[in-house]
Design a protein around this ligand. Structure first.
Ligand code: SAM
Length: 304
């Protein structure tokens, strides 16, 4: 796909975001979502480096990665707030990736789009079944298990498995003891009605190989979503400094060529059933594409 234009409002927003300290940006975003402002505001770091950086040398750059204990503790600290945000019949504009100390919102309109994309994939996979099996690759302690149970029709059971790194798998076993958590690829040796990779494929250094393996485990549907995509350039690597989320780390991730992702996905024998544009952008100065948008891709095994 080519020729899409970034909306002027988005570009203006990114410029404003680039000029605004992260603590102030989080505060303004909360105001926009008509939430109560936080009672405490982080002090600004002096001359803090930007959250996003283009990394021309790619995966050769030594960085911390996703397996630190700070990430596990940040996820653990946010879990009760996440559960509260998903309880009952209120809106599911839920985003658990909030700045450290902030409550998990349920009225974030952008987050609701991510949830509805997931709901579309999940309900497609149900198709008359009374149990739906799901593998959540990079699923952490099981946020999508909770969302799925909030979304499924009465009488439909979820058989949920998350594949993640050891620390988050241990947390998942603690908070959702009835579900499956795996820190090895053994979970890819069977098929599931739905395989999901949400904001995770980009963290696989060999993303094409990972996508092929995920496709192999998809009995019916494969949802690859919240992926930063390059619409014109070949795939490239960016670094994210994730300190404001309480993760105390920085990690590399791909901005994946949209066309290559679809070609690799369809090369496995699946068919692209639906592509989604998502309301999220990142900006890494000097990158082959800037700003970068995010998309979702629902692949299906048959004509379903
Ligand atoms: C940005 S979070 C996304 C969490 C969740 N899927 C969501 O959409 O909210 C990225 C997740 O990918 C996981 N991850 C990173 N590298 C991974 C790998 N090599 N194998 C499995 N999971 C990985 C991280 O531990 C983390 O849970």
């Amino acid at each position: 796909m080519s020729g899409e234009r970034i909306p002027p409002l988005v570009r203006a927003t990114l410029v404003a975001k680039g000029l605004t300290p992260p603590y102030l940006w989080a505060f303004l975003k909360r105001l926009r979502n008509r939430r109560e402002p936080p009672t405490t505001v982080e002090a600004p770091a002096s001359a803090a480096p930007p959250e996003w950086e283009y990394v021309p040398e790619g995966w050769k750059r030594p960085v911390g990665g996703w397996d630190g204990t700070a990430i596990v503790e940040a996820y653990r600290a946010k879990w009760p707030s996440f559960l509260a945000a998903t309880a009952g019949s209120g809106p599911l504009g839920v985003n658990h990736e909030v700045p450290a100390g902030a409550p998990v919102p349920r009225d974030d309109r952008d987050a609701q789009q991510n949830v509805l994309v997931f709901a579309y994939a999940l309900l497609s996979a149900v198709r008359g079944r009374d149990t739906v099996s799901m593998l959540d690759w990079g699923g952490g302690p099981g946020h999508y298990a909770v969302l799925a149970r909030a979304l499924l029709p009465d009488g439909v059971e979820l058989e949920y498995h998350s594949r993640d790194l050891a620390g988050l798998v241990a947390l998942g076993r603690e908070v959702l003891p009835g579900d499956g958590f795996d820190d090895t690829d053994a979970c890819l040796e069977r098929r599931y009605d739905l395989v999901v990779a949400s904001s995770s494929l980009q963290y696989a250094p060999a993303w094409q190989e990972a996508l092929v393996r995920l496709a192999g485990a998809a009995g019916q549907y494969l949802l690859v979503t919240r992926v930063p995509v390059a619409l014109h350039a070949p795939s490239f690597v960016v670094l994210q400094r994730a300190y404001r989320y309480g993760y105390d780390t920085e990690y590399l991730g791909w901005v994946v060529s949209r066309d290559e992702l679809v070609a690799v996905g369809e090369g496995t024998g699946l068919r692209l059933r639906r592509e989604f544009v998502l309301p999220a952008w990142l900006s890494a100065v000097g990158a082959p594409e800037d700003p970068v948008e995010h998309r979702g891709f629902l692949f299906v095994r048959s004509s379903g």
